[in-house]
Design a protein around this ligand. Structure first.
Ligand code: ATP
Length: 461
């Protein structure tokens, strides 16, 4: 299937999953708004994540911390000093590029990682790498560009304090570690999970929602004892497995997922071991999420900068230590993009002339679980269809549709990935049964109206 990316982007707009941001004003580059079905899909994915990693586990608690935080936090975390990308300008067309990404695209990841600004400039020159926009090879020196968005808190800009929009949700968790330990009856090993917006002034956003400047993360900081190295490795491997399984449980095809370990000189300033889960995007393999072993870097730094004791005293063994941390960091928007790309399918119908576009979402995250149609716009049918819709709506997201031919109504639901369509016809008046049509097989069966709730519940749980 060629042009899958373009087709998914077009479907997203046509069917109300994702719209270009600020559309009626000509847009704002690389911003996207989730439309009605996209917003519901995202709610479902975030809800499923929260359920899997927070409410269904005994060892993880939730958090919802502020986007604006004391700026000292970003000094302690290393973001003020080293959260930078190597920025270069094309002297010919003024295009801004990330030097490391240009090298990565042409010469491979190994050539790009851990290089100084000077080395990046030299590699680009030696290999005569070209500007992706105009094709010339004449760049300014590479310089560090901090990715944090800076703003001001207070009424008058000049006298107000500078604050940052958080570039990751993780630090909100670290600075609440003491509060959670003191007040929430947790014992190591335990984790804190949170979902929230993060902001990065990316130099090269793009590929639809893959890289944007405002995005949402779903992160866990899992606190462990530093003592037993073998145990740390086992816990880390278990997290790798759990993260991959979460994507598989959403129906993402296994052949589209792989692990990639970060090279030693590629590691972030806080990490001593990181694995990415990558997805086979139509534009190549790319990071879907990261799992990092952050050691005690963050808690030690916050201890130093805040002057507060962030060590942990085990209530049973009486051991005192600064915990180490394993961080599974998911991007909600990248997860949605992967779910959309992986779900897209074209089914050839009949003699091959007709193509049915179907989003094969796992039913538990499908934005609409069932659509209810009266076969015709006759009051005796619409009344029953409305009643079924209202009853099912108490438990599921459902839709009512009475317009146009039934085949067209099915196709519309296929494109938004609705697992079930329910049709009320004239036989319903006597047998109290409806036609239930399955999205994936297109099989139809007659079922009792009274059984609908249980059938749908089984499918979407
Ligand atoms: P990349 O190498 O793609 O810039 P990263 O390694 O900087 O990503 P992390 O800091 O590990 O990313 O962030 C964790 C997750 O947050 C990523 O795996 C991704 O899912 C998501 N994420 C990070 N930056 C962006 C962005 N600009 N747009 C959308 N999602 C993002």
């Amino acid at each position: 299937m060629d042009n899958r990316f373009e087709k998914v982007v077009a479907l997203c707009k046509r069917r109300g999953f994702v719209f270009p941001g600020s559309d009626i004003y000509g847009g704002l580059a690389n911003t996207w708004d989730y439309g009605p079905y996209g917003a519901q899909l995202k709610q479902n994915v975030k809800g499923y994540w929260w359920q899997t990693f927070v409410t269904r586990r005994d060892d993880i608690v939730g958090l919802d911390s502020s986007i604006l935080m004391n700026p000292k936090i970003w000094e302690a975390s290393g973001h003020v000093g080293s959260f930078t990308d190597p920025l270069m300008d094309c002297k010919n067309c003024k295009e801004r590029i990330r030097g490391d990404k240009l090298i990565e695209e042409h010469l491979g990841v190994e050539k790009a990682v851990g290089k100084s600004l000077k080395e990046i400039g030299e590699i680009i020159k030696e290999n005569k790498l070209k500007c992706p926009k105009c094709g010339k090879s004449d760049f300014t020196e590479a310089r560090s560009f901090n990715l944090m968005f800076k703003t001001h808190q207070g009424v008058i800009e000049e006298t107000a304090n500078a604050v940052y929009l958080r570039p990751e949700t993780a630090q909100g968790i670290f600075v609440n570690f003491k509060n959670v330990v003191q007040n929430c009856r947790v014992r190591i090993p335990f984790g804190i999970g949170q979902i929230g917006k993060a902001f990065r002034n990316e130099i090269t956003p793009g590929n639809f929602t893959f890289r944007t400047r405002e995005f949402e993360q779903m992160e866990i900081e899992y606190f462990i004892s530093p003592k037993d190295k073998a145990e740390i490795k086992t816990t880390f491997d278990k997290w790798k497995k759990d993260c991959k399984e979460w994507y598989l449980s959403l129906g993402i095809k296994e052949e589209n997922l792989r692990f990639r370990e970060h090279e030693k000189d590629e590691l972030s300033h806080y990490s001593s071991m990181t694995f990415d889960i990558e997805y086979n995007f139509p534009f190549g393999w790319g990071e879907l999420m990261g799992i990092a072993y952050r050691g005690d870097f963050d808690l030690q730094q916050h201890q130093k900068f805040s002057g507060k004791d962030l060590s942990y005293l085990d209530p049973i063994t009486n051991e005192k230590y600064t915990p180490h941390v394993i961080e599974p960091s998911f991007g909600a928007d990248r997860a949605i993009l992967v779910i959309l790309l992986d779900a897209y399918d074209e089914d050839v119908v009949g003699d091959g002339e007709d193509v049915r576009v179907v989003m094969r979402f796992n039913p538990k995250i499908a934005p609409i679980k069932a659509a209810i149609f009266p076969l015709m716009k006759k009051p005796e049918l619409t009344e029953i269809a409305h009643k079924i819709k209202t009853d099912l709506q108490q438990r599921f997201t459902v839709e009512y549709d009475e317009s146009g031919a039934i085949g067209k109504r099915y196709r519309r639901q296929d494109e938004i990935g609705t697992p079930y369509c329910i049709t009320v016809d004239f036989d319903t008046l006597t047998d109290k049964k409806v036609t239930l049509r399955d999205r994936d097989t297109t099989n139809q069966e007659r079922v009792n109206i009274d059984d609908l709730e249980a059938i749908i519940a089984k499918k979407v749980s």
